[in-house]
Design a protein around this ligand. Structure first.
Ligand code: THU
Length: 154
């Protein structure tokens, strides 16, 4: 059963803490920008992730994709929300919005009208803001687009 509507405040706080906990696991020896993510599956399970950089730079993986790939490889494909935190040397100073590639990965598994992206600039829920995927990736390309050609005006 898909759960819609705003996340309960305690759940938001739990996701912020889970994402923040991941900062220490970030492998970011090149940018020194550490990112943590906590992905909430429909069944309530939380999958965490950190960014993992590489000396060859391009193979680097963002925290959000680490969380998604962990979840999918664990059998989960339905998600409610993700929380992202990040900062230079792991110190949160502002929001860390997901990069374009990560937004596209979210588009693959999540309904852009309901999937919630929590950005937090601190450990406290009051320092966070919730966005819908459709707000951060308007008119995104999804598996739906491959099914049949649908006019923009349909
Ligand atoms: N990064 C993430 O992990 N998630 C984001 O939302 C933005 C950027 C990582 C990639 C790279 O390891 C470092 O932050 C600096 O760009």
């Amino acid at each position: 059963m898909e759960q819609e509507g705003p996340l309960e405040p305690v759940l938001i706080q739990k996701l912020i803490e889970a994402a923040t906990d991941q900062l220490q696991r970030a492998y970011a020896p090149y940018s020194h920008f550490q990112v943590g993510a906590a992905l909430l599956a429909e069944n309530g399970e939380i999958f965490t992730g950190c960014n993992i950089e590489n000396a060859a730079y391009t193979p680097s993986n963002c925290a959000e994709r680490t969380a998604f790939f962990k979840a999918v490889s664990n059998g989960q494909r339905s998600f409610r929300a993700i929380c992202v935190v990040g900062g230079k040397n792991g110190v949160l100073s502002g929001f860390t919005p997901p990069c374009g590639v990560c937004r596209q990965v979210m588009m693959e598994f999540c309904d852009p009208r309901t999937f919630q992206i929590i950005l937090a600039a601190g450990k406290n829920k009051e320092q966070s803001r919730v966005f819908l995927l459709k707000e951060l990736l308007p008119m995104g390309f999804s598996p739906e687009n491959l099914k049949a050609h649908r006019s923009f005006f349909d």
